[in-house]
Design a protein around this ligand. Structure first.
Ligand code: ATP
Length: 244
């Protein structure tokens, strides 16, 4: 098994107030979130989501995990991993506790490779057994979760932070959870779905219309993207003439 240098960076240790479902943190580890995506490119919506999650769950670290080639987006052309990773690293540079991750980097740096979230989370947990692990995902992606590899196992592996996204009904999220996964007693907290082995937290305080598609479209049309991506990412995109 490969180790992931970015995951070896340790943030502040401490206790955290969020309630935990997976019970695999002994209380001495960190609270960390993995935020997976194509990040083609990383944009202001991603940052808003990560900041809101960091605040609400007292996260010591948020790992941005650019995917090499996500199975569910296999038809589309992706910008090479190195560029997407570089942009994520630049975006992370501005925020304490945000870290770029090479967990789904192509082995030779270039050839795309399929990675499945279930395997990435499992590996992370094996490398960091004391950490309490969350997975951040947008509502649009979570609604697709039944199509992900071993999603029932994935639901047991970590807690989820689901970010609301304009146009996606947050109440529909419950429908994609298999009934047998639901906890015996329903949570009274409307922001929380209690599963038998984990918890799904709804992050309804965020609402950003920004998408990577919009950023790419605007660049193709030679429109400016000011404010849609972090300033350093904008500089990188323009400097490297990406998305032309
Ligand atoms: P694209 O437009 O290329 O499909 P995207 O904007 O959805 O890309 P991704 O890199 O696919 O960006 O997203 C990574 C994760 O961030 C996904 O879980 C996605 O749902 C979530 N996400 C992206 N943009 C937002 C947003 N504006 N609000 C909430 N979640 C978001």
């Amino acid at each position: 098994m490969t180790s992931h240098p970015a995951h070896k960076t340790h943030g502040a240790h401490g206790t955290h107030a969020a309630s935990h479902g997976t019970g695999h943190s002994a209380g001495h580890g960190r609270a960390v979130a993995l935020f997976g995506g194509t990040f083609d490119p990383v944009h202001a919506g991603h940052i808003i989501v990560a900041q809101a999650a960091q605040r609400r769950f007292h996260l010591d670290a948020v790992y941005f995990v650019p995917s090499s080639r996500p199975p569910h987006k296999s038809g589309s052309e992706l910008t090479p991993f190195v560029h997407r990773y570089a942009m994520v690293a630049l975006a992370c540079a501005e925020h304490r506790g945000f870290l770029p991750s090479l967990a789904e980097a192509p082995a030779d740096g270039a050839t795309p490779h399929f990675f499945y979230t279930v395997d990435t989370i499992r590996r992370f947990r094996r490398d960091h057994p004391d950490d309490h692990v969350y997975f951040i995902v947008g509502a649009d992606q979570f609604l697709e979760i039944p199509t992900w590899k071993n999603y029932e196992t994935l639901l047991d592996l970590c807690d989820f932070i689901i970010a609301s996204r304009p146009g996606f009904r947050i109440d529909a999220l419950r429908l994609v959870v298999p009934p047998e996964k639901l906890g015996r007693s329903a949570s009274h907290d409307p922001q929380k779905i209690q599963l038998r082995k984990s918890v799904i937290h709804l992050l309804t305080t965020v609402s950003s219309h920004v998408s990577s598609t919009e950023v790419r479209d605007r660049l193709e049309q030679k429109k400016n993207i000011h404010g849609l991506v972090p300033a350093r990412v904008e500089e990188y995109i323009l400097g490297q003439a990406l998305y032309r």
